[in-house]
Design a protein around this ligand. Sequence first.
Ligand code: PLP
Length: 373
Amino acid sequence: MELKKIGELITSNRILLGPGPSNYDPRVMKAMTSPLISHLDPEIYPILDETVELLKYLFKTKNEVTLPMSGTGTAGGETAFTNVIEQGDKAIVCLNGFFSERNIEMIERCGGEVIRIDAEWGKPIDIEEIERTLKANPDTKILSMTHGETSTGVLTPLEEVGKFCSQTSTLFVVDAVPTLGGMDVDVDGWNIDICYSGTQKCLSAPPAMAPITFSQKAIDVIKNRKTKIQTLYLDAIELMRHWGKERKYHHTLPIIMIYALREALRIIYEEGLEERFKRHEEVSQLLKTHLTDMGFKLFAQEGYRLPMLTAVELPEGLSEREIITKLLKEYNIEIGGGFGKLAGKLLRVGLMGYSCSKQNVYYLISALKEIMS
Ligand SMILES: *Cc1c(COP(=O)(O)O)cnc(C)c1O
């Protein structure tokens, strides 16, 4: 077998403007070339602690149980649900796209019984329906919500729902995979009990880890479980024995990925949250203006549009596949198409973290104009 070098197989430096991964800062790449040491070496402890501190800053939380789970955003979801859902537990799931649909799958695999609250894809969830459903089901264990639906570009505000949940025993569980690091995710201020994300979207680190945080209310629920958590790997209390003061082995932490995440978080800290959110908002507005000027219609309802992911409807006669393939092959730009039942009908452009720049917007718009002329 004659194996080629990676450099011969991967020949392009893609501009990643899809729904994730995003490009990362060269500083993140450099951090990954630091020497590997063990996850139990005392020299690694400050790195672990600083990573946790930076995550608390980003999540705007004082939650003691805050850490990056090993695995991607999906592992964050599995960690959230597996820790709190037991056989027969009721879970209200708000649905308006592919990712929120998938939460049902994860909850049912834990033995949960799902009550659906559906909104049309492209629209936010009706807050009053959430309040009604929660009142009618006071024994609900969790309410699951997707902050940013990457499949449609819809943003669902969380603050009010958090308020309802905080007056009940229900835990408010939020998927902030694409939103964390690109817009405000105020875990404590919005009464979120479990919030999870991923590193390869607005954090601009490689896909590998899932930042997650648990409120004291969530930890109390976990400690009062009737049955053991069915997986050892995702057990938050056991994980904390390594990430917390005890430093007890749980699993071999992916140290190189933690170097990368810590560097990405340092970059965020240096930029400042407000500045970073403003950049995402402004660059996204520039993209949306150009796309609508070109005649595209924004898919998400006005007032509920994500800054980091813009979905536009494809006019009749244009092929999603053709545009995406040409952008990739001729311009080195990756964007996304429609997902699930929207396959073939949308273009989805991500402007996340390091990829979120005016320069990238101008380049993409010029390329699109050439392709369509
Ligand atoms: C990307 C994404 C996920 C899944 O994350 P992976 O890193 O692909 O596992 C979950 N939810 C939303 C809303 C996402 O955008």
